[in-house]
Design a protein around this ligand. Sequence first.
Ligand code: ZN
Length: 235
Amino acid sequence: MNELLGRVFSFEKTVFPDSRELFGKLSTEGQSPKALMISCADSRIVPEQIMQAQPGELFVCRNAGNMVPSYATMNGGVSSTVEYAVVALGVRDIIVCGHSDCGAMKALAAPEAPEGMPNVVAWLRHGAAAEHVISSCAPHLHGDERVRAISLQNIMAQIDHLRTHPSVAAAIARGEMALHGWFVDITAGVVLGLDGDTGQFMPMREDRPIPVALPAYTRVANEPVSEASYAVAAE
Ligand code: ZN
């Protein structure tokens, strides 16, 4: 038997008994995860490990390239997971998490589409804006530098896509939702966080606030209620 598959028995014999109380509580009370992480499916990125999360704490959606299709694009697993997390579970923080040495980002950066993988090619279109931004704004980048730049830009692009989902847009408008963009450098063992004000990905440091892509505060379209306020605005 594949040695990895055989480890399921240690879950039953060791892991579960050690956490019986926790699972009992989660079974009777249900889950109330504190955040949704949308990460790449890459085997080297383990959301629960990065967050040091116990069962019940983190809602996770993984796919090639940590993509979030725009709301109007299609009804799929990501859209449904986002909607459920926000509406049913009341998640108030969503993290889009990319990483270094990402196969999906390398494919996105390559001039030729990967052969024999029509679904991957179609899926990568969700990251087309990121590739286009870097090709347009940083044409001097090549090789690994270009892939890294596209990976960071792709995190920003997917955060933009998240905002097209009505459940997310409404939660943002109510001031109840913060969006985060993280990049895990698996060579350096460092997690970078997107500062939405500057577009910079900053190393996380315990002695300063975690960078936030879109902080939670109320954002609803409005206009001044009286002519007096128009007058003030015009001055
Ligand atoms: Zn990846």
